[in-house]
Design a protein around this ligand. Sequence first.
Ligand SMILES: NC(=O)C1=CN([C@@H]2O[C@H](COP(=O)(O)OP(=O)(O)OC[C@H]3O[C@@H](n4cnc5c(N)ncnc54)[C@H](OP(=O)(O)O)[C@@H]3O)[C@@H](O)[C@H]2O)C=CC1
Ligand SMILES: CC(=O)N[C@@H](CCC(=O)OP(=O)(O)O)C(=O)O
Length: 318
Amino acid sequence: MAKGSIPSVFIDGEAGTTGLQIVERLQGRRDVQLRSLPPEQRKDPEAKRALFSEVDVVILCLPDAAAKEAAALAAGLGSQAPRLLDASTAHRVNPDWIYGVPELASDQPAKIAAAARVANPGCYPTGGILLLRPLVDAGLLPKDYPVTVNAVSGYSGGGKAMIADFEGGGAPSFELYGLGLEHKHLAELQHYTGLTRRPIFVPSVADFRQGMLVSVPLHLDLLNGSPAPEALEAALAEHYAGAEYVRVLPTAGEAKIEPEALNDTNLIELRVYGNAARGQAVLVARLDNLGKGASGAAVQNLELMLGLTAAQGLEKAA
Ligand SMILES: NC(=O)C1=CN([C@@H]2O[C@H](COP(=O)(O)OP(=O)(O)OC[C@H]3O[C@@H](n4cnc5c(N)ncnc54)[C@H](OP(=O)(O)O)[C@@H]3O)[C@@H](O)[C@H]2O)C=CC1
Ligand SMILES: CC(=O)N[C@@H](CCC(=O)OP(=O)(O)O)C(=O)O
């Protein structure tokens, strides 16, 4: 039950890249009351503790260490504790938290709706998991398939520091990274796809602010039943039938795709590029790293947690 007549939300880290975009998405909604701390108190634990006890949900948009501190602070409030929605990497494979990908399985929305603690997914895993999990569940992709996930992100994915680097001219126009093969998203990527073999993940960042492509090359003869590319597309389409924000689209003969088309939306598009004669395919997800990859997903989860509808949110306050 809400602490007031309209559910209240505090965004801890509202001055950061993800936090600001959630504020933008929630501002003016009549069905949510946004609470805030004065800038000089935004890192003050006492001020946070007082506000945490007054609100229904705290959205954590903080670095991992600060997110863990905030979660501990909330836990210390006992029955006054707010529900938490954490945008950081800190709790994504923690069994005490519910993973905030509503499209993961048919019972996931209900789990998110009932959860006291929800971990918003990472931007790259959102693409990788939505591409791969239905193929694993359908028995097409063997769980021990040697999966490689390649991806490119806009530089806002690196938060305020990376934005300053790129916009200040201090960054290269394109760069591969994560080449130590220990990227922080690997744990959730493997856990929620159900893969038993650790995937190889090769992220990259380029000189555009926002947008993302995640791609997975596949050798079709190594999949169960050597499916045609169309069978992979059909399995994805069947899994996401009715999913509001996921579109499974034909490639329509196109052999290229750019990353920015879904910016400022909460949509994700999934495509299967295939060459049946060569027995090869590439799965591609396109999303906004700050939309379905972060802030849009957070608002989608918040709506589930509070029983709000997206349509209500579109009616701005008079
Ligand atoms: N950018 C993206 O595409 C995505 C980011 N995320 C995750 O969201 C979280 C936030 O990232 P992002 O917004 O990009 O990062 P930013 O660096 O842009 O913002 C982080 C904000 O948190 C503030 N902060 C740090 N410590 C505290 C504290 N103890 N109390 C209150 N505020 C604090 C920072 O303040 P100050 O400026 O003073 O340091 C800053 O304003 C991270 O965990 C990130 O991994 C998740 C998905 C995508
Ligand atoms: C371009 C860039 O640096 N991207 C970030 C991921 C952004 C993100 O989604 O991070 P979390 O969801 O885990 O918080 C990175 O690779 O660390």
